[in-house]
Design a protein around this ligand. Structure first.
Ligand code: 4AZ
Length: 274
């Protein structure tokens, strides 16, 4: 979408109703706390800011054998990375690399690790149908702190309005260039009823939505597979959406709590398997 179209749409949206105006207030708060002086007309992970890999040591990205970044991922143990199933299917296993501990794509810090096994959630066919989760088993251990997976008592993390952080090296604008460095953005969890209004194929068992009614802050292409965290607990995996940061079109994430037991099982190194 053209920037002007987006801005005009935003203005119309703001003028449309008092309710929309009230709903837009958190966006202003994010822009203010994000440390960006400019008003939010040039959305960047769209609408976020640069993040430190030290603060999010479990954030990793996936490349092909030429080093081209195509997705994100998240360390769930010293030998396992959770990502989106559609990311795991994008490149042949033998060509896939996991880059951990690296902030800048152009950097040389951290490690580049091969993948020796891919588990994909059975029944996955298309992100829009759910089950968009996979676990990559690394061919050696890495020393970066893994993320925590949600437990049985973590249901409240999915309450409407919970502020979650999405991380990635993907596009910084809808249709724009990919980031050169790790970025983060804060997005509130959206209720199932609201997300059903946004997307007729939304499934509350396999997916969770996050974003602002007015858009402006979102994951985007290339962020897929990356983490949505509350504190250091993984609640979502970037999966899909209608474009990026559009009003009324929140980002859709794989609902990790539904798959946590399976992810845990797939993350334990069991030498009998190899
Ligand atoms: C993608 O194509 C993609 N705005 C990722 C996230 C979103 C949309 C598309 C969510 O990888």
């Amino acid at each position: 979408m053209a920037k002007h179209a987006r801005r005009n749409r935003k203005v119309r949206f703001l003028l449309a109703a008092a309710a929309a105006l009230a709903a837009s207030l958190p966006v202003a708060a994010i822009a203010a706390t994000g440390g960006d002086a400019a008003p939010q007309v040039e959305p960047r992970i769209v609408g976020g800011g640069e993040a430190s890999i030290q603060d999010y040591p479990y954030a990793v990205y996936l490349t092909d054998s030429s080093g081209n970044q195509f997705c994100g991922g998240v360390l769930v143990s010293s030998t396992a990375v959770a990502t989106a199933a559609h990311c795991a299917a994008a490149v042949a296993q033998s060509d896939m690399r996991v880059v951990a501990g690296r902030q800048q794509k152009s950097g040389t810090d951290g490690v580049v690790v091969n993948v020796k096994k891919i588990w994909t959630e059975p029944g996955f066919s298309d992100p829009g149908k759910g089950s968009d989760v996979a676990v990559l088993t690394l061919d050696r251990q890495v020393s970066y702190r893994p993320v925590s997976l949600p437990g049985k008592s973590d249901g409240s993390l999915y309450a409407e309005g919970t502020n979650a952080t999405v991380l990635g090296w993907g596009r910084t604008a809808d249709g724009g260039a990919r980031a050169t460095s790790l970025r983060s953005a804060v997005v509130p969890v959206v209720s199932d009823s609201s997300c059903t209004s946004s997307y007729s194929n939304y499934n509350a068992t396999s997916m969770v939505c996050a974003g602002y009614p007015d858009g402006g802050v979102d994951a985007c292409q290339g962020d897929s597979g990356g983490p949505l965290v509350v504190g250091d607990t993984l609640i979502g995996i970037v999966s899909w959406g209608d474009g990026c940061a559009k009003p009324g079109k929140p980002g859709v994430y794989t609902r990790v709590s539904t798959y946590a037991d399976e992810i845990r099982a797939q993350s334990q190194s069991r030498s009998l398997l190899w």
